[in-house]
Design a protein around this ligand. Structure first.
Ligand code: KG4
Ligand code: ZN
Length: 340
């Protein structure tokens, strides 16, 4: 079965052709980073407009790169939640229109679930469940127990900022460009992890949950003094910035690693599937490998599948369709949030 995957939940217009859930024939990603850089984050209205301009050419290119025509496509899979509602609507409506005109079914999939599935795409067959899923991205922070594809129990999320968002905001405080994660990682290489005693948040009622707003304020005060605001002048020396980046990054990653390993232990999961833009970080992967006991197996997405992409949507869409066997209805709505 050949599936065309469409992804437009945030600032990437992405389309991919995937055979039978895992063989990637093309994976085309058009990033809008340049468009949003000036705003230090994603500007939703600009994102939607850009998807309108870019989506059809990207679909064409994904078919061309896969060396197929529209007649070879059996199914369309599209992200229908969660994300920026205007942006999702562009991809979803395109999927519905193509489904009608090509006379093939379409299915809407959960973008967060697809980030977890991305780490399974390199495997010969689906893993044995239960397993743990961890999504660390610009908009999402989740730890879930995976009972099966489509069946999850939420174990942890953030009570404030998403992890990637915290990286982007701290990068902006350090005068680094958007997206901030890779910039902080590069700067941190020249810094010490122990110069600033930052600590990631603890959520009393839910010990596995995350909170990143406190550590963000710690960084602000370290840079500009107690009770300062975003626009206050910097007090620290330029050469201290790498230490701030390294201490912040280490504290956040250790928090993620500790809570993930606790969740794995508590729920008897030996395999962990990680996805989302933050899992691109070499520092995170190295630290995770160092801290994990030998019975825990960590799985990451292949190159090009950590950030938003259409391949994970097409891949998951294949399994969703195997299960439900019918097209979604043309009434299917785009949703900004969707519980797993
Ligand atoms: O998965 P993604 O495209 O976003 C959503 O679907 O929401 O991930 C983008 C996020 C950005 O916040 C970016 O700063 C972060 O991933 N990121 C990183 C790294 N590379 C990307 N964060 C920390 N370290 C990195 N090396
Ligand atoms: Zn994403």
């Amino acid at each position: 079965m050949i599936v065309l995957g469409i992804e437009t939940t945030c600032d990437e217009t992405a389309c991919s052709v995937v055979r039978s859930g895992r063989e990637i024939l093309s994976n085309v990603i058009s990033s809008q980073i340049g468009l949003h850089k000036a705003y230090g984050g994603v500007y939703p209205e600009l994102a939607s407009r850009s998807h309108v301009d870019t989506l059809i050419p990207i679909i064409d290119l994904s078919l061309k790169e896969a060396c197929i025509t529209k007649d070879d496509v059996d199914l369309i899979a599209v992200s229908r939640a969660p994300g920026l509602i205007g942006s999702i609507a562009i991809g979803l409506n395109a999927a519905k229109a193509l489904s009608m005109s090509w006379e093939i079914p379409f299915v809407g999939v959960n973008h967060v679930e697809a980030h977890i599935y991305a780490a399974m795409m390199g495997l010969e067959k689906l893993p044995t469940f239960p397993a743990l899923g961890v999504v660390l991205s610009g908009g999402h922070t989740f730890i879930v127990k995976i009972h099966d594809l489509g069946k999850y129990t939420l174990l942890s999320t953030t009570v404030d900022d998403a992890i990637g968002e915290a990286f982007d905001k701290v990068a902006s405080l350090l005068d680094l460009p958007y997206p901030g994660g890779p910039e902080i990682e590069a700067l941190a290489e020249k810094g010490s992890i122990s110069k600033f005693p930052f600590k990631s948040g603890y959520v009393k009622e839910h010990p596995l949950y995350f909170s990143f707003s406190g550590i963000k304020t710690n960084v602000l005060y370290a840079l500009k003094g107690p009770n300062s605001t975003r626009n206050s002048p910097n007090l620290i020396l330029e050469e201290d910035k790498p230490h701030i980046a390294a201490s912040f990054q280490h504290a956040v990653f250790m928090d993620v690693i500790t809570k993930t390993l606790q969740a794995a232990e508590l729920h008897g999961c030996n395999e962990v599937f990680l996805g989302g833009g933050v899992t691109q970080s070499r520092t995170l992967r190295q630290l995770f490998a160092e801290k994990s006991p030998s019975h825990i197996k960590l799985h990451y997405p292949q190159a090009g599948l950590s950030l938003d992409n259409g391949a994970m949507i097409a891949g998951l869409g294949y399994h969703v369709f195997q299960e439900k066997k019918v097209s979604d209805s043309l009434d299917l709505e785009a949703l900004p949030r969707l519980p797993l």
